[in-house]
Design a protein around this ligand. Structure first.
Ligand code: FNR
Length: 188
């Protein structure tokens, strides 16, 4: 069967290397994964004051997650942590209390930075958040990508063979993970 994967790019940059990475991942993923980006750039800042009546953008965010079989996070690291816009999106999706969009949802985390640790700290922070939100995370393989411009074209073609193999394997494992989780916990 085909799985619908909603993906978040945790960067609002028009030149985002994580957006390029997301394009590469979609290219290399198994054919039976269907990808839809879930935008985060137009969300207001979350406040509990909205809990009784969500504005249209956060409502659309929650609908998009509900329509997904799994979620992929492709994110930069900001100051050794999760970028604010992405955290804001997660906070919206986790609320109102009792209506947490991530509950039991298969999820995976990946990210790129120019630096050597390749968003490891941001991913660790994001994993802690997703644990609390009760998402079913793929814990292995991990993927900390040091972005080298000569390896990726702007539209996500990967020229380096070992990088392409690594990312292909990562997405294949994600598909296996999704299938495993949904076998035990089917989406409503
Ligand atoms: C960064 N950058 C960065 N890199 C990193 O490896 N660890 C970090 O903690 C940070 N912190 C950080 C904070 C802020 C506010 C900015 C703007 C940048 C650099 C970052 O990895 C680089 O700008 C990437 O290009 C960001 O990813 P996108 O937006 O290109 O996908």
């Amino acid at each position: 069967r085909t799985y619908k994967v909603g993906y978040f790019v945790g960067s609002l940059s028009s030149a985002s290397i994580n957006r390029i990475l997301s394009k590469a991942l979609i290219r290399l993923a198994p054919q039976d994964l269907d990808f839809t980006e879930i935008p985060i750039g137009n969300l207001p800042l979350y406040s509990p004051d909205f809990d009784s009546d969500y504005p249209p953008e956060p409502k659309a965010l929650k609908d998009a997650i509900a329509a997904s079989d799994a979620i992929l996070f492709v994110t930069p690291e900001y100051n050794r942590s999760i970028p604010g816009p992405l955290k804001n999106a997660i906070d919206w999706a986790s609320r109102p209390y009792g209506n947490n969009s991530f509950d039991h949802l298969p999820a995976a985390v990946i990210g790129a930075s120019p630096g050597k640790i390749g968003t490891a700290l941001a991913q660790q922070g994001l994993r802690a958040v997703l644990s609390f939100c009760n998402a079913r995370q793929m814990t292995a393989p991990e993927a900390y990508i040091t972005f080298q411009p000569d390896v990726f074209t702007a539209d996500g073609d990967v020229s380096d063979e070992s990088t392409a193999t690594f990312l292909t394997d990562y997405m294949r494992e994600f598909r296996v993970h999704i299938e495993r989780v949904l076998t035990v916990i089917p989406r409503a």
